[in-house]
Design a protein around this ligand. Structure first.
Ligand code: ATP
Ligand code: MG
Length: 582
């Protein structure tokens, strides 16, 4: 490709709404253009990288025997009514109507479609196991589209679904996908962490997320050198009982006129946040309940939903609390609650002897509260948001934390969809039973953002070899110089014949601008044909090395070939980052 003919409009400045370095560089480098919030066009360079990522994912899927299909993006509402997700999926679902006023969705995911296709045709356990995948656009009306293609409303996903007649068989396939996902990230050459994850609204009983490590990743990960790693939505810890000092006093009501929050009550009464019982009213399928947690801890709603096995759980609104208990939220507490309200408590309440909690009366709190004496707890659960420094649930060592970008997510779905959508087969014993499913998502377009977020420096992107738009750029310093132009073209043709993806920078602009563009776009090797050509010398510069290497080309391109080979085998996008950190 000649740069003079390539549509890669590079920019000096990123648009002001580009909110992360990766999207800034992808726009400045001419890879992407924004069309609307969370909706992007991939320009030639962007599409080239996208196709390369797509191909790596496709190869690793094919390598584990998964078969590629293509399902429709537009899905009829009826299928989503069958699983109840037309209503449950929430406002992220893009909905539309056809001319007959029938409802459809632009698919945010494809469990319903795949289960529907197979339910009419899968008959026997003998046809199992197998898995199908597709690489296609997905639509989610994200509440906050941001970070470019990393949280967009239209995005390319690889989604796969597997079908089994036993849990052992699902475990085997789940392991295959786990390994394939690790291999994708190893091939691209990214630092990543696989964590245990919450399965949320998709359902199922086991799930892992694949996270590319990055300073500004949206996911918080907790991990330990012993191998334990989990997303913060899921992370557990080893509870250690911390008894409050002294004897328990007698329960006493105290006026706290305008103190509602933990901070206000703790400064008004001169107690630690850790001495306060935070009391929160929640609403789920079975009605209202109260959740207690120590004032210095944060409640993890994902753990609450998972523990209650109820994804509809939400915090009650102040109006709802007022109607229910006739008291503003800041004065709610467990002492003297109506019996029908279940009391669920996080372990952190254990060991409190002289605690403070709301008195169920406006403007008052209780002091010297003793759980067990002043109120009964119906259920103890681990509901706290685990923090770095908390003890690892496996080995007790303090946990560490990191930020990550979730690029892949795998789930053991079980029979959730097959049962609801009548996906039954005859099993080995002749019984009619629902098939067991797994599902496996990979964010293909998000991967591009993740690569750039991890691999860049102040000058631009540093693409790994597997996903770079071009391996080599041949920079003709002055294209009007006949000898430079001829040699540049010869080298370009030579490299093409060696199957390199090569760009010839034949534009009539200054060499400085050409060098800047090459660094911004992130091409691994730059071959400069310039003034030294008169002495038979050209230069090769790796994107990750500070200085160019001179190569003599008077006897053909043998020396050039060798130097390219050396530079490519030494090429390591991460090396430059380590240098920068020092
Ligand atoms: P997140 O928690 O980031 O919203 P998710 O759990 O909703 O992700 P899945 O439903 O598991 O995501 O989708 C599979 C993969 O699709 C994710 O791992 C991610 O890589 C990608 N993905 C999900 N939402 C988006 C989005 N809005 N933009 C780009 N990629 C996305
Ligand atoms: Mg999501």
């Amino acid at each position: 490709m000649r740069f003079s003919q390539l549509y890669a409009p590079t920019l000096k400045e990123a648009p002001s709404d580009a909110d992360l370095v990766s999207i800034k560089l992808l726009i400045r480098g001419g890879f992407l253009r924004k069309v609307a919030a969370g909706i992007y066009t991939f320009l030639p360079l962007g599409l080239k990288v996208l196709k390369k990522v797509e191909e790596i994912v496709r190869q690793e899927m094919n390598a584990i025997g998964s078969q590629e299909i293509l399902m429709p993006i537009i899905q009829p509402a009826e299928l989503w009514h069958e699983t109840g997700r037309w209503d449950d999926y929430g406002p992220e679902m893009m909905k539309l109507q056809d001319r007959h006023e029938r409802f459809f969705t632009l698919g945010p995911t494809h469990e319903e479609i795949i289960t529907h296709i197979l339910r009419n045709e899968l008959k026997s356990y003998k046809q199992l196991p197998f898995s199908l995948y597709q690489i296609a656009m997905k639509y989610r009306d994200e509440i906050r589209p941001r970070f470019g293609v990393m949280r967009s409303r239209e995005f390319l996903m690889k989604d796969a679904y597997s079908f089994h007649d036993s849990w052992d068989s699902l475990d085997d396939t789940y392991r295959d996908f786990y390994c394939a996902y690790s291999k994708i990230l190893e091939r691209i050459g990214l630092d990543f962490l696989v964590v245990e994850a919450d399965s949320g609204a998709i359902g199922g009983n086991e799930s892992h997320e694949f996270n590319v490590l990055a300073k500004y990743g949206e996911s918080t990960l907790l991990y330990c050198d012993c191998g334990y790693a989990a997303s913060d939505e899921k992370a557990e810890y080893r509870f250690e009982l911390r008894e409050q000092q002294g004897e328990s006093g007698t329960l006493e009501s105290v006026a706290t006129p305008s103190s509602r929050t933990v901070e206000e009550v703790s400064s008004f009464l001169g107690v630690n946040a850790g001495d306060i019982i935070k009391s929160l009213i929640y609403k789920g399928r079975k009605g209202y309940f109260i959740v207690l947690i120590r004032g210095d801890e944060e409640l993890n709603e994902s753990k609450l939903k998972a523990a209650m096995n109820d994804q509809t759980v939400v915090m009650a609104t102040p109006q709802e609390v007022m109607e229910l208990l006739k008291v503003p939220t800041g004065f709610v507490g467990p002492v003297g609650l109506p019996e029908e309200i279940r009391i669920i408590s996080d372990y952190s309440i254990k060991g409190l002897k002289n605690a403070v909690c709301g008195a169920l009366k406006e403007g008052y709190h209780y002091r010297f509260v003793l759980p067990g004496r002043d109120f009964e707890i119906d259920e103890w659960l681990d509901l706290k948001m685990v923090r770095p420094g908390d003890s690892c649930p496996k080995c007790g060592t303090p946990l560490k934390s990191a930020k990550g970008i979730e690029v892949g997510h795998i789930f053991k779905l079980g029979t959730k969809y097959s049962e609801k959508m009548n996906g039954y087969i005859t099993d080995a014993r002749g019984r009619n039973s629902p098939y067991i499913m797994g599902c496996y998502g990979w964010g293909v377009s998000r991967t591009i953002g993740a690569i750039v977020e991890q691999l860049h420096d102040k000058d631009g992107i540093i693409w790994p070899l597997e996903t770079c738009p071009f391996h080599i750029v041949v920079t003709a310093v002055n294209i009007k110089d006949e000898s430079i132009a001829r040699t540049s073209l010869e080298i370009y043709d030579f490299l093409k014949s060696k199957n390199f993806d090569v760009l010839l920078d034949d534009r009539e602009i200054s060499p400085g601008m050409k060098f800047k563009d090459a660094d911004l776009i992130g091409i691994p090797l730059r071959i400069t044909v310039g003034r030294k050509l008169a002495e038979g010398v050209i230069e090769i510069k790796s994107r990750t090395e500070a200085k160019p290497v001179s190569v003599i080309i008077d006897n053909g391109y043998e020396a050039l070939s060798l130097e390219i080979e050396r530079a490519l085998s030494a090429y390591n996008p991460k090396s430059i980052l380590k240098l920068e950190e020092e």
